[in-house]
Design a protein around this ligand. Structure first.
Ligand code: GLN
Length: 537
């Protein structure tokens, strides 16, 4: 019988140590060794999913093929592993409680008092095992969000404790990620915070099997020995994770430290092959030694927190590497673009990307940026709201429909070139109610999109409520903006282009979610190519 093994990743000392990247790097190495691996993120907050969160809270909301709105770490998992994730890969406390409460209302607990232990912890354990039970994975890596010691993490740590006991030591292990800070005044790396966070974990009945220690300086063997002694692990189980130049270095760093080896040893697994990371290192080599440079303006309203556009900036890195090109991003706040200054802000860029977004803040700046790209033949890429702004700009300035707008920003506008889908009209709840997940699209041959994808039938992920209003399609096409991609069933416009422009593409979907190291997204690759050409001309 196929037994799935479980690896839990907890975090200590502080947040933002990069548990997601460590989990993804380990998974990458195990995948290279021939194992099937997936990663799951458990988030201790009470929102059902991050779909209703402002990007300033936790950065970008990532979307899976099955329409789950998830934590941005799932983006890293997909970019590293090149396999899709799903709703089951991200679970929040809100979702756990929601399903327990739903069961309680149905009477499923047969009169029992419903409690954190065992009902909440059982639900957490079920969610962890759902992925294992598919039989698709040799190893499931589960990342516990937050930091041990947080009140809200306690039920998760207890669930891990129970699973370690139930599965047995060969089938479930814990990696604890901690910080080993360097005190400049003392000239020393300090182990005490790690000792305390391990103690905290042990108070909940969980002893880590492996310590991964984030550090700015090399951790000497002496320090490793000290950490091992005081944290009850073997010295070989203390893995250094030194600050890296790029997140894409981390699999190599973990390979050099032997993280994958100690994990396999503990899980009593023998690997079919050594990790080679051939395609990975080829990508990395080109990424680190670019022969060209381009500058892309990224226009958005959340640019103070660049994590809000994580998948877009990573897609630039993937596409840039494929052209041996460094993509420099000129971050432009849409609110700072005015009719008086937009030219000054955008001058000299080789491409303009207008980002996804919601609401009317900064909308005029986005429209100005589209106009500048269109009139000056600068490669333009509009994503979701960016595509909608491209349509509005075209309707206003080329068709002369001065009051053209989206009903999202102006519900009573006279020319709603972007409006609400009928199926959205009666929707009142905000959570999980947009057009979400993968939808098919058929491309027009000889279009820029077709040229990029090299195929007619594609499927891309969505996250929006508003759509191109087909009542305006004919007039818009007559003036030179063409719908080159449509949903074959609904007729909804998915891609618009201006054939007279060197490279002007707007997409209603989010291509950035599907760009990975192994498969840079074709539209990003084509956009960077156009920007490169622009820079040479
Ligand atoms: N606000 C727009 C809509 O809901 C665009 C959404 C987005 O850019 N993700 O249709």
């Amino acid at each position: 019988m196929h037994t799935t093994k479980y690896v839990f990743v907890t975090g200590g000392v502080t947040s933002s140590l990069g548990k997601g990247i460590i989990a993804a790097s380990l998974a990458k190495l195990l995948q290279e060794r021939g194992f099937t691996v997936t990663i799951q993120k458990l988030d201790p907050y009470i929102n059902i999913d991050p779909g209703t969160l402002n990007p300033y809270e936790h950065g970008e909301c990532y979307v899976t093929d099955d329409g789950a709105e998830t934590d941005l770490d799932l983006g890293h998992y997909e970019r590293f592993l090149n396999i899709p994730t799903s709703q089951a890969n991200n679970v929040t406390t809100g979702r756990i409680y929601q399903s327990v409460i739903n069961k309680e209302r149905k009477g499923e607990f047969l009169g029992k008092t419903v409690q954190v232990i065992p009902h909440i912890t059982d639900e957490i354990k079920n969610r962890i095992q759902i992925l294992g039970e598919t039989g698709n994975y040799d190893i499931v890596i589960t990342e516990i969000g937050g930091t041990v010691g947080d009140i809200e993490s306690l039920p998760y740590v207890e669930s891990v404790r129970q699973m370690l006991w139930e599965k047995g030591e060969e089938n479930a292990i814990v990696i604890h990620l901690t910080l080993v800070p360097y005190l400049a005044a003392a000239g020393e790396l300090k182990t005490k915070p790690t000792q305390h966070s391990v103690k905290m974990l042990m108070q909940s009945g969980v002893s880590p099997d492996i310590l991964v220690c984030r550090t700015e300086h090399e951790i000497s063997d002496d320090i490793k020995r000290k950490l091992a002694l005081f944290c009850n692990v073997k010295q070989e189980d203390v893995i250094q994770s030194i600050d890296a130049e790029t997140i894409y270095d981390v699999p190599n760093l973990m390979l050099a430290e032997g993280l994958d080896k100690v994990v396999l040893k503990k899980l009593k697994l023998t690997s079919k092959q050594e990790p080679k990371l051939l395609t990975w290192n080829n990508f990395l080599q080109k990424h680190k030694n670019p022969k060209h440079q381009v500058e892309i303006a990224l226009i958005g309203k959340y640019i103070e927190l660049q994590d809000s556009y994580k998948s877009i900036t990573e897609a630039f890195i993937h596409a840039g590497s494929s052209h041996e090109t460094k993509v420099n991003v000129r971050w432009i706040h849409s609110e700072s673009l005015t009719p008086d200054n937009f030219e000054e802000h955008l001058k000299g860029v080789n491409g303009i990307l207008v980002a996804p977004g919601f609401g009317d803040r900064g909308i005029d700046g986005k429209i100005k940026a589209v106009q500048y790209a269109r009139e000056n033949n600068i490669p333009f890429f509009g994503i979701c709201l960016g595509m909608q702004m491209a349509v509005i700009e075209f309707a206003k300035n080329v068709l002369g429909l001065v009051d053209a707008f989206s009903t999202e920003m102006k519900s009573d506008c006279r020319n709603p070139v972007i409006n609400l889908m009928q199926s959205q009209e009666d929707v009142t709840e905000k959570g999980g109610t947009m057009r979400l997940g993968a939808w098919d699209c058929k491309l027009v041959k000889n279009s820029l999109a077709y040229e990029a994808y090299q195929t007619e039938n594609i499927s891309e992920r969505h996250r929006h409520r508003y759509e191109f209003n087909n009542e305006y399609l004919q007039q818009i096409e007559l003036k030179g903006m063409i719908a080159t991609g449509t949903n074959p069933k609904t007729g909804l416009v998915e891609v618009v282009e201006i054939p007279k422009h060197p490279w002007f593409v707007g997409v209603q979907y989010h291509p950035e979610y599907k760009s990975t190291v192994l498969k840079p997204h074709p539209l990003f690759v084509a956009f960077i190519k156009a920007a490169l050409k622009q820079s040479k001309d």
